[in-house]
Write a protein that binds this ligand. Structure first.
Ligand SMILES: [Zn+2]
Length: 251
């Protein structure tokens, strides 16, 4: 089982050894440690160097756009190991800040171009910015894949993303009782269009909601989606792992 998006580099994890042991013994054999800032990107690279099961991304999240510096980011990509699997998380967040839309869009586009230059896929963070995100993707297409992480949009929007050849990934929020829309998406999109993640330490799935999240909880996400699609958990994780491997091309 693969957790395609977690933040082992988050300061909420004081003991990364323990978190890694927890997921390995639960049956998660690979995780992607996603980054949102320069310090997180550097830390993700260090964690990936230490643990064979950890792959990583580098990127500047829209909330951190004030520190955006494409040359500095490119220097991280240049000296990255072969465990760097994507640029992310990048994108647009108008929930936290809509005063700096043009800076966010500029940083998003520059990072798509960087990903294309280094033949990497991108991991997209999108919050209350669906229209502009789609416009950017159409005008500056990522050439090596893109995933809308923590997908929380409509089924119609999901179909537009999938039609462009891009993927979705689902977190613990699909397990929440009030998550009718996300459940509808997870139930109805094609088998080859999505994979699973935790976004831990955030978005803890039911039945552990309220506690700190960990990659080992990706099984709760799998169970709910398997149920929605009427297949076994094993079959579901076989499908989603295959999709994740094709997308991230783990070395
Ligand atoms: Zn994340």
């Amino acid at each position: 089982m693969i957790d395609t998006h977690c933040h082992l580099n988050d300061e909420k994890y004081e003991n990364v050894d323990e978190i890694v042991n927890n997921y390995l013994s639960a049956g998660v054999d690979k995780v992607v440690c996603a980054s949102s800032s320069f310090s997180a990107s550097i830390k993700a690279g260090e964690i990936a160097a230490k643990y064979p099961s950890v792959y990583y991304t580098v990127g500047i999240h829209p909330d951190e756009v004030d520190e955006f510096d494409i040359d500095r980011l490119e220097s991280l990509v240049k000296k990255a190991s072969n465990k760097l699997v994507a640029i992310g998380e990048i994108g647009l967040d108008y929930f936290h800040n809509k005063e700096n839309k043009s800076e966010q869009i500029h940083a998003f586009i520059s990072q798509i171009e960087l990903a294309n230059k280094y033949k990497l896929p991108i991991v997209i963070h999108c919050r209350e910015a669906y229209g502009d995100t789609l416009d950017v993707l159409k005008q500056h297409p990522p050439k090596y894949g893109a995933v809308m992480h923590c997908y929380s949009g409509s089924l119609e929007y999901a179909r537009q993303i999938i039609a462009l050849g891009y993927k979705l990934s689902f977190t613990g929020n699909v397990t929440f009782k009030n998550a009718k829309n996300i459940k509808e998406v997870a139930q109805n999109i094609p088998e080859d269009s999505f994979f699973l993640e935790t976004d831990s330490p955030y978005l803890t799935p039911e039945p552990n909601r309220g506690k700190r999240n960990e990659p080992k909880n990706v099984f709760f996400v799998a169970a709910v989606i398997a149920d929605l699609r009427g297949i076994s958990k094993n079959k579901l994780s076989e499908i989603t792992d295959k999709n994740a491997i094709e997308f991230y091309k783990f070395k």
